[in-house]
Design a protein around this ligand. Structure first.
Ligand SMILES: *Cc1c(COP(=O)(O)O)cnc(C)c1O
Length: 375
């Protein structure tokens, strides 16, 4: 059996080596390391793929979130609502900008931000909601946009884990996640569904004015050379990473399908066990692109399972072991444990199994057998 890895980027690279190497060689041959033609080509390709008017590449996904928020008219003390159960980057940038993060619980059935939680957290100071499409599954954007419209709030999608996923609205129309809110941020970290070979990120928006503001912010607040109209940052996607991404983008749908296929096989094997909650696979849409394949162990044996799998050479991980509201950096007297029953339960039950584009049946069977024999 091929060696098990949480993410197997090497096998994936072997299959697209020629395209990727040619892109990197082009950067070397043309000496266009920063803002080269490949950056613009990738940007245009991604705009077309997503069906969004503007993609603004930047240095990483955390920057993308920060810059998206800088582009909106938010003032220190404004409240921004986001999920308690996510990667810290989401809340970190809110705090860095001296906005007030307001963490709310998530839903048990999809692990995404709770609509009730959002409604209860809204105050006159609330200015924005940041839904995270966690583990690759689209959040309930119809309802979130409706709440936002009602209360005049911005919606900033954290799309670091769900690039390529579709969201189907109540009216049947389909959109790529990350193109529904006012603005979205994504990450091209190597292990993400569309990953480069270093750091990278991008901001998406359909708003021409906001896109213009953001293009200046990523470039030191410059709209005209050496005229600094706003305080900006230096956040660039370099040409080599853009070259890698341009070569990989045409494979994204195939990659996401491979993840869904692996997830289906996992869930078929694991879902029958009453001690395991396994994600359901939607057969009629692409609302979940399985950045991570996360199951819940319902009989208190999660930590034992982690050790059992690791002892058998099966990499696995806990995303995420500590709720954000319990982290020293983000604790706040306003939070009450009783407001986070779902996150508090999830952190004890979740375990992520290997998930990438190169998993084969033999590996999946070994992993599911190993889980079942212990649970
Ligand atoms: C990866 C990730 C980020 C940050 O992306 P980087 O490129 O690592 O800065 C932000 N939010 C979520 C949910 C992520 O998974």
């Amino acid at each position: 059996m091929k060696k098990l890895q949480m993410v197997d980027l090497k096998s994936q690279y072997e299959k697209i080596k020629e395209e990727v190497n040619a892109s990197i060689q082009e950067v070397l041959d043309t000496n266009t390391y920063i803002n080269g033609p490949l950056v613009h080509q990738f940007q245009a390709d991604l705009e077309k793929y997503l069906g969004v008017k503007h993609v603004i590449p930047c240095a990483n996904g955390t920057d993308a979130l920060q810059i998206a928020m800088m582009g909106l008219d938010l003032k220190p003390g404004d409240e921004v609502i986001t999920a308690d159960f996510t990667f810290a980057a989401t809340v970190e940038v809110i705090a860095l900008l001296q906005l007030t993060p307001v963490l709310v619980d998530v839903d048990m059935n999809n692990m995404n931000i709770s609509l009730d939680g959002i409604r209860k957290a809204i105050t006159p100071k609330t200015k924005a909601i940041v839904p995270v499409h966690l583990f690759g599954r689209a959040a309930n954007m119809d309802a979130i946009m409706e709440i936002a419209r009602e209360h005049n709030l911005y919606v900033i999608e954290d799309n670091a884990q769900a690039i390529g996923a579709d969201y189907t609205s109540k009216d049947g129309s389909k959109k790529k996640v990350g193109t529904i809110g006012h603005v979205a941020a994504t990450s091209f970290f190597p292990s993400k569904n569309l990953g480069c070979y270093g750091d990278g990120g991008a901001i998406f928006t359909n708003d021409d004015k906001l896109a213009h503001i953001i293009r200046g912010i990523v470039n030191h607040g410059m709209y005209e050379r050496y005229h600094h109209d706003v305080v900006g940052v230096n956040s660039r996607l370099d040409s080599m990473q853009a070259g890698v991404l341009k070569a990989k983008l045409p494979h994204l749908d195939t990659y996401n399908k491979a993840r869904q296929d692996a997830a289906r096989k996992y869930s078929l094997a694991l879902g029958v066990n009453p001690n395991i909650w396994a994600p359901t696979i939607c057969e009629s849409c692409d609302c979940h692109v399985f950045h991570q394949y996360v199951i819940r162990i319902l009989n208190g044996k999660r930590d034992g399972l982690l050790e059992h799998l690791q002892a058998k050479g099966i990499p696995c991980a806990i995303y995420y072991p500590i709720p954000l509201h319990s982290q020293k950096a983000y604790a706040d007297a306003r939070y009450n444990e009783a407001d986070f029953p779902v996150t508090n339960q999830l952190v004890k039950e979740v375990i992520a199994l290997p998930m990438h584009t190169e998993l084969d049946d033999e590996q999946i069977k070994f992993i599911t057998d190993s889980v079942l024999e212990f649970v």
